[in-house]
Design a protein around this ligand. Structure first.
Ligand SMILES: Cc1cc2nc3c(=O)[nH]c(=O)nc-3n(C[C@H](O)[C@H](O)[C@H](O)COP(=O)(O)O)c2cc1C
Length: 215
């Protein structure tokens, strides 16, 4: 198994897969990597459907801009974000765990202020759509955990954000109304491993130069 750093450096978007099946325990290990991801207030909004059936993969391909590699991969993970992770009932559960696990004692600033916490707890249930951004952002963290774990295990993946019609995907896979489809992740043994794709430089990603210039 590769180290995290090796997986980060060796990962590519793989768009050509061998048909070899992926053992169940490997699929579980990839899902476990998602399960362990961090999320704001530990809301864990990520939800998944593991698709192996050929007809279902063909339908997913159609619904995702006819990208052929989606059907080719032996496993396709539909990655979702559950907005009900942001209800007040869910907040209560997570807060209770924060208490039980001693997390509250480690918080600081406004989060540690009992008055602020009480006000947050007493607020009415929000319009769940207002949580779309954190739900998607947090689900994306879990997806990248899966991507890197798959790479470390010798598998290839390719993020698919081009969901032609997420509502149709929801209908086809019985995904609840309050759950967003955020990406589709084909997983399989790579048929072709391409060279690394270009990246902008460290200087370009820094909005302020480092005190010590980069090499
Ligand atoms: C959120 C997201 C959505 C993406 N959607 C697609 C997609 O629909 N189809 C595709 O072929 N690649 C997709 N990609 C892959 C990117 O094109 C790829 O990551 C980028 O070109 C850099 O190449 P690399 O991943 O090989 O380093 C997506 C990547 C991300 C992170």
């Amino acid at each position: 198994m590769l180290t995290v750093s090796e997986a980060i450096r060796q990962r590519r978007s793989i768009r050509s897969f061998r048909s070899d099946p992926i053992p169940d325990e490997i699929v579980l290990e990839i899902l476990e990597a998602a399960r362990l991801a961090p999320s704001g207030s530990n809301r864990q909004p990520w939800r998944f459907i593991v698709v192996t059936d050929g007809e279902e993969r063909a339908k997913l391909r159609q619904l995702c801009w006819d990208q052929a590699f989606i059907e080719e991969a032996p496993v396709v993970i539909i990655c979702c974000a559950d907005l009900t992770a942001y209800t007040q009932a869910s907040r209560k559960k997570r807060t209770q765990e924060f208490l039980e696990y001693g997390v509250i004692k480690t918080l600081s600033g406004r989060f540690a202020d009992p008055a602020v916490r009480a006000a947050l707890a007493a607020a009415p249930d929000p319009d769940l759509q207002t949580f779309t951004t954190p739900a998607v952002a947090n689900a994306y963290i879990a997806i990248e955990h899966m991507v890197l774990t798959a790479t470390a295990l010798g598998l290839g993946t390719c993020w698919v954000g081009a969901l032609g019609n997420p509502e149709e995907i929801k209908a086809l896979f019985d995904i609840p109304e309050t759950t967003l489809v955020v990406a589709v992740l084909p997983v399989g043994y790579p048929a072709v491993i391409p060279p690394p794709r270009p990246r902008i430089s460290i200087e370009e990603i820094l909005l302020r130069p480092l005190a010590v210039p980069s090499k």
